[in-house]
Design a protein around this ligand. Structure first.
Ligand SMILES: Nc1ncnc2c1ncn2[C@@H]1O[C@H](COP(=O)(O)OP(=O)(O)OP(=O)(O)O)[C@@H](O)[C@H]1O
Length: 237
């Protein structure tokens, strides 16, 4: 469904990604694991059209070359990104945030169905539809961000560290919801430092270190990989 090849990304003199390549099959959940500064957010920015990699990189989605397309085209292609920091409209209500998510033309006819799906996944949002988003807790804001992304009827949902800053109980609820989203057939790419929770919902994953992909395999093989255990000592319970 999505294929990224030979990707280098430079911030000034700093090379943040070196020859990175990943792929995602339809309906597959893939996790990218890596410690702080490994390049995970940079990878998602390339995949979301937010930054332009060095010449030589390739990015295809459903067989179409999409590198260089502006980020605002991506929801129309069926790609939704939930960025680090969530990127919700803080001064708008939960209901307004969800409504704005349904902006791609292919999503508009399905607005009611998608809202029902989001409110079923996150019952707390159903109770809080009139609440101003910035007054919500971190976990609730993450639910709004994921809900808004789902309103665009994505084929591929990409999430940057969804559990960042959340309490363990909230993280557990969030990953249960992500597992349910995956079961609906939406492909997902989850960038995470929470190895245990993310491998529990993924079929496959990659390990990133210092801007390179240094490991790849099934969720089971990554869980048992000493390199993953070394990179996240203490994170694998
Ligand atoms: N806008 C920028 N300008 C300069 N350097 C940057 C910029 N964004 C990221 N970097 C650098 O690129 C490298 C990779 O950063 P990135 O944010 O992709 O890592 P990450 O794995 O997502 O880390 P974290 O988990 O801490 O968010 C880091 O060394 C970082 O300092």
């Amino acid at each position: 469904m999505l294929e990224l090849t030979n990707t280098a990304l430079r911030y000034g003199k700093h090379l943040a990604l070196h020859g990175v390549g990943i792929s995602i099959a339809p309906a597959e959940t893939v996790v990218v694991l890596g410690a702080n500064g490994a390049g995970k957010s940079s990878l998602l920015k390339v995949l979301g059209g937010l930054v332009c990699p060095e010449p030589g990189a390739g990015l295809t989605f459903e067989g179409k070359a999409i590198l260089g397309r502006p980020a605002h085209d991506f929801p129309e292609l069926g790609i939704a990104l939930v960025p680090e920091g969530r990127g919700i409209f803080g001064d708008l209500t939960v209901a307004e945030n969800l409504q704005l998510g349904a902006h791609p033309p292919h999503a508009r006819p399905h607005e009611k169905r998608q809202r029902d799906l989001v409110l079923d996944l996150f019952p707390r949002l159903a109770e809080r539809q009139g609440q101003i988003a910035r007054t919500m807790s971190g976990g609730e804001q993450q639910m709004v961000a994921i809900g808004r992304a789902l309103m665009s009827c994505p084929k591929l949902l990409m999430l940057d560290e969804p559990s960042l800053g959340l309490a363990p109980i909230v993280t557990s609820e969030l990953f249960t919801a992500l597992g349910r989203i995956s079961a609906t057939g939406i492909a997902m790419l989850v960038v995470e430092q929470n190895v245990k929770a993310s491998l529990a919902i993924a079929q496959r994953g990659y390990l990133m270190e210092a801007g390179r992909i240094t490991g790849a395999g099934t969720a089971d093989s990554l869980r048992a990989d000493p390199a993953v255990q070394r990179a996240f000592l203490g994170a694998v319970a």
